[in-house]
Design a protein around this ligand. Structure first.
Ligand code: BGC
Length: 491
């Protein structure tokens, strides 16, 4: 329905352009996929496995509507066997096979995370666990063998379980020794693998961690602090952790006379007004974008943390300029809906029920929005004047015949927007699809399937590439989007 005073939505979901394909990418462009330790590896003694145990004990895995995570629940967890819960995708037994598959698919890079709890599974350890080190050594060896560039994440949502034991009455990131413990882990990664890591991602999606773990309570540590102001202490700790890791990696590279690029992965949703004709929806959408996206990344750039909608302004020592590139994770748009009678009580919707056909919501109900990808890349490029790596982009879809049309379409549409952003000055140097394999999607459990490669959980974790995997290979081989790749999607 279009009201007389303006339209609900402006401009469609993809960019118009007079430019004609092929759309080529530069030599040396990184093409790969991204994963995270907890989502694909065997369980380690960390905060998430403690949460899973709790969920299984209390039976908090009711069939809920996908995409509506609720605190204390993991969607449908009880429908998966103990073996699947413990082994996730069983990457541990298939390191060589999986990385060979990436290479056969022509990927030239791979983003993965090193689990803190795998290197330091027990409290008070003075050196990393040799088995944990041996595990990641095998990953690096296979990547080297197949000439894939490693991009390594240090913190992707999980911490050792012992980190949450009370230390002088404080737990986790609130402990007085939190940063010291983090430093021990970062130093262990550097000592053992520093020379093999050209690109570091210190923290994955700090604001998602803060939002899900401290405001919504759907991730450990399951807090529901009342509003963004109360989350400032954890935001500061994450900024300090990032700045420290940046410094340690740079110092190590300088000592070795080597090079390393250090940054972090930022979740950049496009926040849009649900009703473009409603000024309060528009203003609130911009405010949320500022709070959720730009506050953190501006702080990393300037060294000053300002928190939107509060008066908080604070200098964080050693933080200014601690990124060599900006890591962008992009999954589409969220709509902001306000109510004039209660202006501070807004809703954030994953798609608009009135424009379903245009939104094409995925299996989690998330609206796709390729044009927003270009917008976020261009804004990022203009704001920070740094190289950009897309560290995640993908969707959840699991058709029975593995012909994942929506993933294929989005892959092509999003890469076209990325290419356009490059033409308009955004220095994007690599693209990592989320994800290589289906995996454990946090509070949503195993149900949403993000893989280019399907995991058959009923049959020994068998890998079955979906059609999108071949399409991605074709794009990588040509290092371009050719007319034949674009045409089936009306582009
Ligand atoms: C996270 C991933 C997650 C993906 C899909 C990102 O927020 O970094 O761990 O699986 O999005 O939801």
């Amino acid at each position: 329905m279009v009201p007389w005073f303006g339209s609900r939505r402006l401009g469609g979901t993809r960019s118009q352009t007079p430019l004609q394909p092929p759309f080529s990418f530069p030599d040396g462009f990184l093409w790969g996929t991204a994963t995270a330790a907890y989502q694909i590896e065997h369980t380690q003694p960390d905060d998430w496995s403690a949460f899973e145990r709790e969920v299984m004990k209390s039976g908090s895995f009711a069939q809920l509507e996908p995409g509506k995570a609720i605190a204390g629940h993991i969607h449908n967890l009880g429908s998966y066997s103990e073996e699947v819960r413990r082994k996730k995708t069983d990457f541990d037994s298939r390191i060589a096979e999986d990385i060979a598959m990436m290479a056969a698919m022509k990927h030239n890079a791979y983003r993965f995370s090193i689990a803190w709890a795998r290197l330091f599974p027990r409290p008070g350890m003075s050196a990393p666990d040799p088995e944990g080190l041996a595990f990641y050594r095998r990953v690096f060896d296979e990547l080297e063998h197949h000439k894939l560039t490693p991009v390594v994440t240090l913190f992707h949502f999980t911490t050792p379980e012992w980190f949450w034991e009370a230390e002088a009455g404080k737990r986790g990131w609130d402990r007085a020794d939190a940063i010291e413990k983090w430093e021990q882990f970062v130093r262990a990664v550097i000592e053992n693998f520093g020379a093999r890591i050209p690109i570091v991602c210190t923290i994955n999606e700090p604001m998602v961690y803060v939002y899900a773990g401290y405001l919504e309570g759907i991730f450990p540590p399951h807090q529901k602090l009342g509003g963004p102001k109360a989350a400032i202490p954890v935001i500061k700790q994450l900024l300090r952790a990032h700045a420290l890791a940046y410094r340690l990696f740079k110092e190590d590279a300088a000592r070795r006379k080597g090079q390393v690029l250090v940054g972090y992965a930022h979740h950049m949703r496009a926040f849009e007004p649900l009703r473009n004709y409603a000024p309060l929806d528009r203003v609130t959408a911009r405010m949320i974008e500022q709070a959720f996206i730009w506050d953190f990344s501006d702080a990393v750039s300037t060294g000053i943390l300002r928190v939107a909608a509060t008066r908080h302004v604070e200098v964080i020592p050693g933080l200014a300029g601690t990124q060599d590139y900006v890591g962008v994770n992009y999954y589409g748009r969220f709509y902001v809906k306000t109510n004039l009678l209660a202006p501070t009580k807004f809703e954030v919707l994953p798609h608009d029920p009135e424009t379903r056909a245009e939104d094409r919501p995925n299996d989690l109900g998330w609206a796709s929005y390729p044009r927003g990808f270009r917008r976020m890349l261009e804004l990022t490029g203009q704001r920070y004047r740094l190289p950009i790596y897309v560290l995640e982009n993908g969707t959840a879809e699991n058709p029975p015949d593995d012909d994942d049309r929506e993933r294929q379409r989005l892959l092509v549409e999003n890469l076209r927007e990325l290419w356009l952003a490059r033409q308009y000055g955004a220095d994007v140097r690599g693209y990592f699809h989320w994800s290589f394999l289906d995996n454990f999607e946090w509070a949503e459990g195993f149900e949403p399937r993000f893989g280019l490669v399907r995991v058959d959980y009923q049959n020994g974790f068998r890998r079955i590439p979906r059609k999108s995997a071949a399409l991605y290979t074709r794009i990588i081989e040509k290092n371009a989007l050719e007319p034949e790749v674009l045409a089936p999607f009306g582009l």
